[in-house]
Design a protein around this ligand. Structure first.
Ligand code: ATP
Length: 360
């Protein structure tokens, strides 16, 4: 795959407040990349710098190997879809999508040529707009007024409008945030489909981990202006590099532990076998255990013992809380346990993830 965007040492300061603290990232052709992180971590700022809506304080963004610092947004090979999609309410669906194309056409040609070429370019515009409306599932909607569209349909128009100029990269800033859950999930699959069919790079910003896991080829987890981890959805979920990522992606039990020796970790006053090595003797570590990796067994068979304090049916699994002498464990299981029952808990060594402790 060809490298399309190269971000090196990017920082951004707003009036003394450093919100990006040195971002390094490569983005490739045809990738669906998602910036994921809590509100305020710098996702949007990074996207805005790539799109040309914001200047970096230091560092560079290379596009096809070329520094684009001085290229204004409208000249870049990127287009943006915002959360509030800002469609023109007085124009119909067709004209909203055609808008960008007309501007481009007008910029390209002189007044006289424009006049002569009008007919010809109109046919091209029509072909392009109709093709895009088909791609976003709005065939036949071209004469519909914007006000008579649902939120999901309006967002599709916004996406079609951004794509019709055939950008190399589409930047999407929480474009689904305003939609209700069902529609949002449908649009997630559709967006991924569109990206796959068009073969262009999508850079998507969200604070919703499920959305990121569903759609992305590559997830960039950010926290306080720093990239914590870059990886595939599976990689990030199964092998989070630290407590921040583990906490943000999926639900986790995060416990303070001590590495007593290679393959032996102590927490909750007990030594457990694990598969990690290379830590210092007695080094404090973060122990991360996913809720689906803990098994509830009869009390005498458990490595730990506790009482069931909460049982919630979640459709596919039960979300159960078990209180031991040291903490409350969150457990996802398809087996029911009665509230108040005394149970045992077991874990496999490879379900215990050991992470270097973070400086807070
Ligand atoms: P959200 O999901 O809430 O949009 P985010 O991760 O996208 O969060 P950014 O919008 O990039 O975060 O903002 C990062 C930090 O920069 C925040 O603390 C924000 O208040 C600050 N910030 C963003 N834009 C400006 C601005 N124009 N002036 C001053 N501070 C800003």
């Amino acid at each position: 795959m060809k490298k399309l965007i190269e971000i090196k040492g990017l920082t951004k300061e707003f009036g003394g407040n450093v919100v990006l603290k040195g971002i390094d990232l490569d983005i490739y052709e045809n990738e669906f990349v998602t910036f994921l992180g809590p509100s305020g971590c710098g996702k949007t700022t990074t996207l805005r710098i790539i799109g040309g809506f914001e200047q970096a304080s230091s560092g560079v963004v290379l596009f096809d190997g070329k520094n684009i610092e001085n290229e204004p947004a409208f000249k870049r090979q990127t287009n943006t879809v915002f959360q509030r999609y800002a469609l023109f309410p007085h124009l119909n669906v067709f004209e909203n999508v055609a808008f960008g194309l007309r501007i481009k056409e007008n910029n390209k040609t002189s007044f006289f040529k424009r006049f002569k070429k009008n007919k010809e370019s109109e046919a091209i515009i029509r072909e392009k707009v109709l093709k895009m409306l088909k791609i976003v599932g709005l065939e036949g909607f071209e004469n519909r007024s914007i006000n008579r569209l649902s939120g999901g349909q309006q967002q599709r128009v916004a996406i079609a409008r951004a794509l019709v100029n055939e950008p190399k990269v589409l930047l999407l800033d929480e474009p689904l945030a305003a939609l209700d859950l069902k529609l949002r999930q449908d649009m997630q699959y559709e967006l991924k489909e569109i990206q796959r069919n068009l073969g262009i790079t999508f850079i998507f910003v969200t604070h919703d981990q499920e959305e990121a896991l569903t759609m992305s080829d590559k997830i960039v987890v950010m926290h306080e202006g720093i990239i914590q981890q870059v990886g595939t959805p599976e990689g990030i979920y199964n092998e989070p590099v630290n407590r921040i990522v583990a906490d943000f992606i999926g639900e986790s039990n995060i416990i303070n532990g001590i590495m007593r020796e290679d393959f032996k970790v102590e927490f909750d006053n007990q030594i457990f076998d694990c598969v990690d090595k290379g830590f210092k003797l007695n080094e404090p570590v973060d122990v991360v255990i996913r809720p689906e990796d803990i098994d509830i067994v009869p009390i005498e068979k458990g490595l730990m013992q506790g009482e069931v304090t909460s049982v919630v049916f979640k459709g596919v699994h039960f979300e159960i809380e078990v209180k031991t002498a040291y903490r409350e464990f969150l457990i996802h299981t398809t087996d029911y346990s009665a509230l108040g029952s005394k149970v045992g808990l077991t874990l496999n060594p490879d379900d215990i993830h050991i992470m270097e402790k973070m400086e807070w």
